[in-house]
Design a protein around this ligand. Structure first.
Ligand SMILES: Nc1nc2c(c(=O)[nH]1)N[C@H]1C(S)=C(S)[C@@H](COP(=O)(O)OP(=O)(O)OC[C@H]3O[C@@H](n4cnc5c(=O)[nH]c(N)nc54)[C@H](O)[C@@H]3O)O[C@H]1N2
Ligand SMILES: Nc1nc2c(c(=O)[nH]1)N[C@H]1C(S)=C(S)[C@@H](COP(=O)(O)OP(=O)(O)OC[C@H]3O[C@@H](n4cnc5c(=O)[nH]c(N)nc54)[C@H](O)[C@@H]3O)O[C@H]1N2
Ligand SMILES: [Mo]
Length: 771
C-alpha cells in the first residue's frame, strides 16, 4: 500500500511516498516555485546503512579509559535502553555533585532538523537547564563575528539575520548591487526551520529584470548564477577590506562623499577619514595601494566607487567574508562605505549582509509569528563564544577575552551533543580531537554514525523527522508545514525528547521536562500559541485539526506593492529615530570598541593582513588559498550518505575546484585524486578544473564526513575530503572570536599509491556482548 505524508526539512517541503513502512520516494511541495534536488536524497538518508540501530557505549569507557584518552579508535558495545538510561542518570548526577553544573558542556551547536518541537538542541538544553544548568555557547558559526560587531555600529543585528531591506525595494529603486562574495545560487536551497517557498533565485532574477546591475566581487565567478548577467571582479580572498578602503579613497578624491549624511547620521568620520587618506598612518589607501593587495586593478576599484556614488546602490557581503581572519574589518568598512555614500536607509539602498547566503534574506514578507518550543532559563550564566570550544577544553581556568568580557574557562568533564556535529563544523580537527580527550564522558544523540558519534562514549540512536510528528516553520517563509510521521522508528531509534524524558525521570523531574504533554499535546499547544500570536497581527489561522489535515498553512502576504527599506525612519530623521548605538548614529568610530583596547580590532575599520593569505610569507610553503564553502549537494554534513552528494564526488572523494593553470603546474588532470595538506593536517580530494576561479585559489565544500585512515589518530589523513582537517582554529579577533575557516593556505600534490576506501558511511567496529 502506498501512502503520501506531508513533511519538511531545512532543504524543502515535500510529500514522502511510503510503501510497506519504508520511505521510497519524495514529491516536491506543490506550492514551491523552486524545490531543488536535495529532497531526493531523503529516502537514502533515512534508510542508510549508517543509521545507528541501538544505544552503544565505547568499550574503553566501560573499562574506565576516560579523561586523557583519544577517542575514535575503540570498538563500541551495544547496550539496552534501560541500561543506558540508568548509566546517564548516574553520570550526570555524579558530575554535577563532584564538579558543579559548569563542568557540563551543553552548547550543542548545530542545525538539528526542521521540526520545531523535536528540535534536538532545544530539547537537550531544556533537559540540562531543568537538571541544574550547564555551560553553553553564544552566537552561530555562520556569522558570529557579525553578531558581535554590528550592534556596536548600527545598534541591531537585523542587518545580518533579520528583516533587511527587501528585494521588492531593491528591484524598484537600486540601479547597482555590489556583492562581495557574490549571491551563490546553491546557498538558497536551505532555510533554517524549513524552506516551503524557495524564493531566493526568483527574487534576484526579478531584480535583474527590473534593471539592477550586479557586480560579483569574489574569487569565484560561480558565486552568481549566469542569469543575473553579473560583472565578475575576481579578488584575492581575505582582502575585501582593502578594496573597500580604496573605494572610499576614490570617493573622497572625487569629492563625492555625502558630507551632509556624514555630519547628521554618523559619528567618527573625523577618525576614519585621516586613516583613509593616510594622514593618520602614512599610508594613503589609494586604489593603487589596494590593487597590490587585492589583485583588483586600480581602475576597476575607482570605476566601481564612482558608479556607487553616481546612482542608487545596495552594498552587500556574504557571511563567508566574516568567517576569516579579522572578519570584522570588511563588514565594518562596508557599513562605513554605505554611510559615506549617504545610502543607509534610502529607498532600496544601503547595506545588509547575507542576501546570497540563505533562502529568506530579503524576501518581501511581513514578519510572522513562529512556532517554537519554549526555552528554559539556564541557571548557569557561563558561556563561551561558540567557535572557541577547543580553547575551552585546552585552557580550563584561564581567561578568554571576548567583546569586552573576560570569561574564565570552565573545566569540562561531561560533553553532551544533540543535533549538531563539531566534527563537521569545527576548524583544525586534529587539534580539536586532542582537546576532546579532556572530557571524562561524551554523550551524543544522533540518527547516524557521523564522525561525532564515532568519537563519543555514549551514543543514543535518535529518530529522523520521518519517524515522528512535528511542525516546520521559518519566520520569513510563506508556509507552515504539518510534518506527519511517515514510518515507525528505524530499529531501536527513539525521539530525542523521549530518551531525555526517561533520564529526567530517573533524576526525578520528568513532569517538569515534559510538562505532562505527549507529542500531539505539545504540537496542539505550540500551534495554539502561534494562532494567538497570529490573531494579534490580524491573521485568523485555522484550527489545529484543519491545519493538520491540510498538511500546510499559508500565512498571508504583506499588502501587494508594499516594500521595506531598513533604517528608513532613521534616514528621514536621525534625531527623532536614533539607532540603538551609544551615539544614536552610525558609528564609523566606536568609543566602546576602542575602549576594549584590542590590537586586532581597533576603534575604526582598518586593513590588517590576515594570518594566512596569498600575500603572506607562509604562502611560500603552502601557495594555494583554500576556501571551504557551503555544499550544493547537502546541508553541511546532512545528506552526505545520499544520492545527490554521491553523484558529485570523484571516486567517492569530495571535489576540489582548481584553476587549470594551478593543476598543470602540479601535473594534475581532471578527476585525479590529490592530497591536500598543510602543517595542521591532510585530506584527499578529487580534482575538478575550473577556469573561472582565481588562480592560486582552490575551493572545497564542507560536509564530507571526516574519515581518518587510522581512526583515533589525530595526525591521520582524512581519506574522504573534510576541509576542516586543514583550517586554522583562531578567533577572528578578540572582539568577535568567530571561526576563521576561510583563511587557510595549503599545498596540493597527486596522491600516489592505492586509494584507501571511504568507510565512514558504514557503522564503526561493534563488539557484540557474549550471548
Ligand atoms: N571549514 C568550514 N567549516 C564550517 C563552515 C565553513 O564555511 N567552512 N561553515 C560553518 C557553518 S556556517 C555552520 S552553520 C556549521 C554547521 O555545522 P552543523 O550544524 O553542526 O552541521 P550539520 O551537519 O547540519 O549537523 C547537524 C547534525 O544533527 C544531526 N541531526 C539531524 N536531525 C537530528 C535529530 O532529530 N536528532 C538528533 N539528535 N540529531 C539530528 C545530523 O545528523 C547532523 O549530524 O559548520 C561550520 N563549519
Ligand atoms: N546548499 C546549501 N546551502 C546552504 C548551506 C548548505 O550547507 N548547503 N549552509 C547554510 C548556512 S548554515 C550558512 S551560514 C550559509 C553561508 O552562506 P555564505 O557564508 O555566504 O556561503 P559560502 O558558500 O561559505 O560562501 C559564499 C562564497 O563566498 C566566497 N568567498 C569566500 N571567501 C571570500 C573572501 O574573502 N572574499 C570574497 N569576496 N568572497 C569570498 C566564496 O567564493 C564562496 O563561494 O549558507 C547556507 N546555505
Ligand atoms: Mo551557518
Amino acid at each position: 500500500m502506498t501512502e503520501i505524508k506531508p513533511h519538511a526539512a531545512h532543504w524543502g517541503y515535500f510529500d514522502a511516498v511510503v510503501e510497506d513502512g519504508r520511505v521510497t520516494g519524495v514529491r516536491p511541495f506543490g506550492r514551491d516555485p523552486f524545490p531543488g534536488s536535495l529532497i531526493q536524497a531523503v529516502p537514502d538518508a533515512v534508510h542508510s546503512a549508517a543509521r545507528i540501530d541501538r544505544p552503544h557505549v565505547r568499550k574503553g569507557w566501560l573499562e574506565g579509559k576516560r579523561r586523557g584518552v583519544l577517542r575514535g579508535g575503540d570498538p563500541f558495545v551495544p547496550v539496552s535502553w534501560d541500561r543506558v538510561t540508568r548509566l546517564l542518570a548516574e553520570e550526570t548526577a555524579r558530575v554535577r555533585a563532584e564538579h558543579g553544573p559548569t563542568a557540563i558542556y551543553g552548547g550543542s551547536y548545530g542545525w538539528s532538523s526542521a521540526g520545531r518541537y523535536h528540535h534536538a538542541k532545544t530539547q537537550l538544553q531544556r533537559f540540562l537547564g531543568l537538571g541544574g544548568g550547564f555551560t553553553t555557547s553564544v552566537n552561530a558559526y555562520s556569522y558570529a563575528t557579525g553578531q558581535a560587531l554590528l550592534p556596536h555600529l548600527l545598534g541591531t543585528n537585523e542587518v545580518l539575520l533579520g528583516r533587511t531591506t527587501d528585494w521588492a525595494a531593491i528591484a524598484r529603486h537600486a540601479k547597482l548591487m555590489l556583492c562581495f562574495g557574490g549571491l551563490a545560487a546553491k546557498n538558497g536551497m536551505v532555510t533554517s526551520g524549513g524552506a516551503g517557498q524557495h524564493a531566493y533565485l526568483p527574487l534576484m532574477r526579478q531584480a535583474a529584470a527590473a534593471g539592477v546591475r550586479f557586480v560579483n566581487i569574489s574569487p569565484y565567478k560561480g558565486d552568481t548564477e549566469d542569469a543575473l548577467g553579473a560583472e565578475w571582479v575576481p579578488i584575492r580572498p581575505g582582502t575585501d577590506a582593502a578594496m573597500m578602503l580604496a573605494m572610499a579613497h576614490a570617493v573622497l578624491a572625487a569629492g563625492q562623499e555625502d558630507r551632509g549624511y556624514l555630519a547628521t547620521h554618523c559619528v567618527g568620520w573625523e577618525k576614519l577619514r585621516p586613516y583613509i587618506t593616510g594622514e593618520s598612518d602614512g599610508t594613503p589607501k589609494t586604489p593603487e595601494w589596494a590593487a597590490s593587495i587585492t589583485g583588483v586593478p586600480a581602475a576597476t576599484i575607482t570605476r566601481l566607487a564612482l558608479e556607487c556614488a553616481a546612482q542608487p546602490c545596495m552594498l552587500t557581503a556574504a557571511w563567508s567574508l566574516q568567517r576569516a581572519d579579522y572578519g570584522e574589518q570588511p563588514y565594518w568598512m562596508l557599513v562605513a562605505l554605505a554611510a559615506m555614500l549617504g545610502r543607509i536607509g534610502r529607498p532600496g539602498q544601503g547595506v545588509a549582509f547575507g542576501y546570497g547566503s540563505i533562502n529568506g534574506m530579503g524576501t518581501p514578507r511581513r514578519e510572522t509569528p513562529t512556532v517554537s518550543t519554549p526555552a528554559i532559563r539556564n541557571p548557569v550564566g557561563l558561556y563561551i563564544p561558540v567557535a572557541r570550544v577547543t580553547e575551552m577544553l585546552e585552557r580550563p581556568g584561564e581567561v578568554l577575552h571576548f567583546n569586552g568580557n573576560a570569561i574564565t574557562l570552565p573545566d569540562i568533564r561531561l560533553i553532551w551533543w544533540a543535533g549538531g556535529n563539531p566534527f563537521h563544523h569545527h576548524q583544525d580537527l586534529p587539534r580539536f580531537l586532542r582537546a576532546w580527550s579532556r572530557a571524562e564522558t561524551i554523550v551524543v544523540q544522533e540518527p547516524w554514525w557521523t564522525a561525532l558519534a564515532r568519537h563519543a562514549d555514549i551514543v543514543l540512536p535518535a529518530t529522523t523527522t520521518l519517524e515522528r510528528n512535528d511542525i516546520a516553520c521559518a519566520g520569513r517563509d510563506r508556509f507552515l508545514r504539518a510534518m506527519h510521521q511517515a514510518i515507525p522508528p528505524v530499529a531501536q531509534a527513539r525521539n530525542d525528547v523521549d530518551m531525555l524524558a526517561d533520564i529526567a525521570e530517573a533524576l526525578g523531574y520528568r513532569d517538569r521536562f515534559t510538562e505532562q504533554r505527549d507529542e500531539m499535546g505539545w504540537l496542539r499547544h505550540l500551534y495554539d500559541r502561534f494562532r494567538q500570536a497570529s490573531a494579534a497581527t490580524g491573521f485568523a489561522a485555522p484550527s489545529f485539526d484543519e491545519f493538520w489535515a491540510a498538511g500546510h498553512l499559508e500565512v498571508p502576504d504583506i499588502e501587494p506593492g508594499e516594500e521595506y527599506t531598513q533604517f528608513a525612519e532613521f534616514a528621514a530623521d536621525p534625531e527623532a529615530n536614533p539607532l540603538d548605538t551609544p551615539s544614536g548614529k552610525v558609528e564609523l568610530f566606536s568609543e566602546t570598541i576602542a575602549s576594549f583596547n584590542y590590537a586586532d580590532c581597533p576603534g575604526h575599520p582598518v586593513w590588517i593582513p590576515p594570518r594566512e593569505w596569498l600575500g603572506a610569507k607562509a604562502a611560500a610553503d603552502y601557495p594555494l588559498h583554500l576556501l571551504s564553502f557551503q555544499p550544493a549537494t547537502r546541508l553541511h554534513g546532512q545528506l552526505d550518505t545520499g544520492r545527490v552528494a554521491a553523484a558529485d564526488k570523484i571516486q567517492g572523494r569530495e571535489p576540489i575546484l582548481m584553476h587549470p593553470q594551478d593543476a598543470a603546474a602540479r601535473g594534475l588532470a581532471e578527476g585525479d585524486i590529490v592530497r591536500i595538506f598543510n602543517a595542521r593536517g591532510a585530506c584527499l580530494g578529487g580534482v575538478r578544473l575550473k577556469p573561472d576561479i582565481l588562480p592560486g585559489v582552490v575551493a572545497m565544500a564542507t560536509g564530507a564526513w571526516y574519515d581518518p585512515l587510522v581512526p583515533g589518530d589525530p595526525d591521520s589523513i582524512c581519506v574522504h575530503g573534510n576541509p576542516n582537517v586543514l583550517t586554522a582554529d583562531v578567533g577572528t579577533s578578540t572582539l568577535g572570536q568567530g571561526p576563521s575557516a576561510q583563511s587557510c593556505l595549503v599545498q596540493i600534490e597527486k596522491w600516489q599509491g592505492p586509494l584507501p576506501p571511504v568507510t565512514v558511511h558504514l557503522p564503526p567496529r561493534i563488539e557484540e556482548p557474549p550471548a
